[in-house]
Design a protein around this ligand. Sequence first.
Ligand SMILES: C[S@@+](CC[C@H](N)C(=O)[O-])C[C@H]1O[C@@H](n2cnc3c(N)ncnc32)[C@H](O)[C@@H]1O
Length: 355
Amino acid sequence: MSSTLLFYCRPGFENDVRQEWSGRYSEDGRWESGDGYALLHLQQTPPPEALDAANWIFARQVLSVLGQVKLGERDRLSPILALLDTLPAGQRGPWSAAWLEHPDSDAGKPLSGFCRRFTPILEKALGERGLLLDNAKAPRLHLFFTALDQAWIATTDPRHASPWPLGVPRVRMPSEAPSRSTLKLAEAFMTLVPDADDRLKPGMVGVDLGAAPGGWTYQLVARGLKVFAIDNGPMKGNMAIHPHVKHLREDGFRFRPQHPVDWLVCDMVEQPVRIAKLIADWFVQGQTRHAVFNLKLPMKKRWLEIERCFGLIEGALDEAGLRYTLCAKQLYHDREEITCYLALTRSEQARRRRR
Ligand SMILES: C[S@@+](CC[C@H](N)C(=O)[O-])C[C@H]1O[C@@H](n2cnc3c(N)ncnc32)[C@H](O)[C@@H]1O
């Protein structure tokens, strides 16, 4: 059965979503895109895992399209309700929620005020028809406005979708953090690290490679970790004097801890392949259990570079017989880069403790 998928992404990375699809799946279809989104029209039903936003690097959200509506200037509600009425049973709701969204682009952002104002009107109409359920597992309805008079109507399964409107988590900028980069690591902990509160505990030890001025170090210290901050540049603010921070002016490619640590984070601006080899080596040498690191991508052939880096990491860890999880995302706070999370599985960590 034919189907259409709608991907939200950072503006300018629509072609990277397409490359990522081609790298993962042999089926292809007709693509169309606008700033901050891409649509894929397929002849068949997509593989179920393709609809899970967590599996995607360049897509912030993945939705199944139900239809497209043209909206009148005075009455926007009727065409939407009319389209919902034409859907086959099973696709017609009820819904756990209705989200009104727009592309995260210069052209899309002015639509946010309209989306906010129109949401209660749509919710009321859906509620009166018994189409809104108090059940978080029920599918979610999305209206994706590309203009005031045009919207794609789509759905997600909230259990496999990004839990944030537009696929963008809200992260508060802490006033004490010395750089805005801190938001990247905060977002990575929210987005990529399952049970982050359990895996980042007071008393643990972390290493921050390329730490200055200290935005990432701040995130670790805020969670109670003791941190070796490695950088030739200066740490700033509280991170320069904090008792839990040991700043070492060393080369991040040479530094190794005397004892294994719980966390390695790395934000050095370097060739992605060099970073990938370095991170893999820390795991193979048994020097960390978790890592969050950035890969600064080239302007072109970004997907190929990611495949190359992941191949290096997976090859090294497989050869060492380690069991691990590796995932990545182009975070909202990332620009020409992606953020990766690599961790030994819990059973591998237990095996290591028994040795
Ligand atoms: C993007 S900044 C890091 C920002 C930091 N994560 C923060 O949140 O404040 C990159 C840092 O990597 C450092 N760096 C680059 N190459 C390095 C190396 N070989 N060894 C140590 N630090 C390095 C630079 O001095 C710079 O401070």
